[in-house]
Design a protein around this ligand. Structure first.
Ligand code: PEP
Length: 251
């Protein structure tokens, strides 16, 4: 059985005080869930990590939204995987499309970040996904494949097994447009098959592949019902506790 996961990416939203308040609300709602078998993760901004970690009591895990591609040293403004780990965070989002798009993060750099995360005992949530023009040219399979091959396939099998993959079509992020559940299933299956060609079917079958892109309580159920969709990476809807929990209960 693969781990079901719902991860909320707060992006650059919420002051520290607002973030702690949101964490308190989410924590209360998660604590009230009966027989919850979903791993709930929240990814606040770096400066919130320590406080949010101290705040949650219900088994929620904490993720950073990024980490540096170097371990330490003269890299002003950067935050290393070692530092993230020291806050009590367990996960780190790597290669979110906003990092790829606005900060020119490419697969080679993202591989370095992934390795550093793993070396420091963090679980990478590795994001992949095509932009609209690529989808319209029917290049999405090719794009996603190269992101996986270049970003992850130099990992040892033991390291790869720890990774969570998030498929996020860039045209669906924050746009209100969601991939249909059939579109999501088609590409999630393709991702799993691609992984199987490198690491074998058993490893591929154990990897959680999350969908991201305008996921909300009203569409989560249909998406999560698909056999290769193991949960979601949630942006906007993660900023409202009741909406986020509405997604967590979508399985
Ligand atoms: C995201 O940024 O990872 C995301 C999925 O955002 P949204 O849910 O707002 O589309």
């Amino acid at each position: 059985m693969r781990q079901k996961i719902v991860a909320g990416n707060w992006k650059m939203n919420k002051t520290l005080q607002e973030g702690v308040q949101l964490a308190i609300e989410v924590d209360k709602l998660v604590a009230a869930l009966k027989n919850n078998d979903v791993k709930v993760i929240i990814a606040p901004p770096f400066i919130h990590l320590t406080e949010v970690k101290k705040t949650v009591k219900s088994g929620i895990s904490i993720a950073a939204q990024n980490c540096a591609s170097e371990d330490s040293g003269a890299y002003t403004g950067e935050v290393s995987a070692t530092m993230v780990k020291s806050t009590g965070a367990e996960y780190v989002i790597i290669g979110h499309s906003e990092r790829r798009q606005y900060y020119n993060e490419g697969n080679k750099l993202l591989f370095k970040k992934t390795q550093l995360a793993l070396t420091n005992g963090l679980i990478p949530i590795f994001c992949i996904g095509e932009v609209l023009a690529e989808r319209e040219l029917n290049k999405h399979f090719e794009v996603v494949k190269s992101q996986i091959v270049e970003g992850l396939f130099d990992l040892s099998v033991d390291d790869f097994k720890k990774v969570v993959v998030a498929y996020e079509p860039v045209w669906a992020i924050g746009t209100g447009k969601t991939a249909s559940s059939d579109q999501a299933q088609e590409i999630h299956k393709f991702i799993r098959d691609t992984i199987a060609t490198k690491y074998g079917q058993a490893v591929a079958d154990g990897i959680s592949i999350l969908y991201g892109g305008s996921c909300k309580p009203s569409n989560a159920k249909e998406l999560f019902a698909k056999p290769d969709v193991d949960g979601g990476l949630i942006g906007g809807a993660a900023l409202v506790a009741s909406d986020f929990i509405g997604i967590v209960t979508g399985f």
